[in-house]
Design a protein around this ligand. Structure first.
Ligand SMILES: Cc1ncc(COP(=O)(O)O)c(C=O)c1O
Length: 214
């Protein structure tokens, strides 16, 4: 098996930041997404979570990856930073793991300049996130009462308002990305030696979030 690697440091650096060790798995040559086979081969007893990246709005074979993770009791975290609006078998990007994350960096389809969003259906993760992002302060707790040394990861209300306004026109933003991708396809698609992003028929997605300089 020939392995390819494709990653931006932001997907793996948080692993080091909490004192854990990232192990890099290969991507599928056709889809450029995490290979379920490579992931399965790398699992060891210390593995706690897999971070699945949706590169350029594309999405991996989530069914196979989730099945491998389930068999080994490993949590799935979906880095959907480049895939807002994408779908896999009718389900939205960001909704496949215990946690999904999105970036709203200036290069992304939906941008607030900087910042991002964490989504989860787990109440405990949601509560812990609210606590950690505000210097270890429980929402509604006494002013300047910090129970733990944590982080300041809050988005400003002005950025959030900008993001909400863009969310209302997400279909239009995604459509524009598809149009741009189709320009690339028609100009470059038939040139020997050039391979463009693969679009599997069962996926609906936009491609190319224009992210050349994170
Ligand atoms: C796949 C992926 N993960 C993580 C990030 C990091 O996003 P941010 O810069 O908003 O933290 C990016 C942004 O470039 C990305 O493309």
């Amino acid at each position: 098996m020939r392995l390819l690697f494709l990653v931006w440091i932001a997907s793996s650096a948080p692993v080091n930041c909490i004192g854990a060790t990232p192990v890099f798995a290969g991507v599928d040559e056709k889809t450029w997404c995490l290979s379920a086979e490579s992931f399965a081969q790398l699992i060891n007893p210390k593995a706690k979570a897999v971070i699945v990246v949706d590169p350029y709005g594309n999405m991996p074979d989530m069914d196979s990856i989730r099945e491998v993770a389930r068999r080994h009791g490993i949590a799935v975290i979906e880095d959907a930073d480049e895939a807002i609006g994408s779908e896999y078998r009718g389900r939205k990007a960001g909704s496949f793991g215990e946690i999904g994350v999105f970036s709203f960096h200036g290069s992304k389809t939906l941008t607030t300049g900087e910042g991002g969003m964490l989504v989860t259906n787990r109440e405990d993760v949601y509560r812990r996130g609210l606590f950690l992002r505000d210097h270890g302060r429980n929402p509604g707790d006494k002013m300047f009462w910090n129970a733990e040394a944590a982080y300041k990861y809050k988005m400003s209300s002005m950025q959030a308002a900008l993001g909400l306004a863009q969310l209302e026109r997400i279909d239009e933003l995604v459509e524009r990305k598809r149009q741009i991708f189709n320009w690339y396809k028609s100009e470059l698609g038939s040139i020997p030696g050039i391979t463009l992003n693969y679009e599997a028929p069962e996926y609906e997605k936009h491609l190319l979030d224009g992210d050349s300089s994170p």
